[in-house]
Design a protein around this ligand. Structure first.
Ligand SMILES: [Zn+2]
Length: 157
């Protein structure tokens, strides 16, 4: 093994091949990845940048992940992926939508770098997900218990 043939060099090489392979102009439009999408996926190490879900944990999670504007476009959020775009699982992205955190203004967000923007938005996303989970548990129990009660009452009440 040569001195420079370290695992680190090996993975840099693999990353380069991945970029070349999936950004290739020879690929049809619907298969080709953009530089932006690849760079965000690699920067995030394949984890949702809000909840930490493993995006490469299953094909379903991988193919439903999205790229979220931390500061929403409607509030002046930039397209720059190094400043305002993150890898998000479908659950985090769908619950966040165009919300701003309650304690940070859009102007304050604008003056922040990406890691601070993520830190400002993450607690809000996690809290929204927690509330959604509580409602789902409640609704699921209610549905089952209502059916049970209907059964044991012979359909009455
Ligand atoms: Zn997530």
């Amino acid at each position: 093994m040569a001195m420079n043939d370290t695992p680190a060099d090996n993975y840099k090489d693999m990353e380069k091949k991945l970029r070349n392979r999936w950004m290739s102009p020879k690929l049809p439009e619907n298969v080709r990845w953009t530089k932006e999408a690849i760079e965000i996926m690699l920067r995030a190490n394949g984890y949702c940048e809000y909840c930490g879900a493993d995006i490469v944990g299953s094909p379903e999670v991988f193919w439903s992940c999205q790229y979220d504007h931390v500061l929403p476009k409607d509030h002046g959020g930039e397209e720059d992926y190094g400043l305002n775009k993150v890898l998000a699982c479908a659950k985090c992205n769908s619950i966040k939508r165009k919300r701003l955190p309650p304690d940070v203004t859009k102007d304050e967000m604008k003056s922040m770098e990406l890691p601070d923007r993520i830190a400002a938005v993450r607690p809000m996303v996690l809290e929204l997900r927690r509330k959604q989970r509580l409602i789902e548990i409640y609704a699921n129990f209610r549905e089952v218990l209502e059916l049970r009660r209907a059964q044991s009452n012979g359909g009455g009440r």
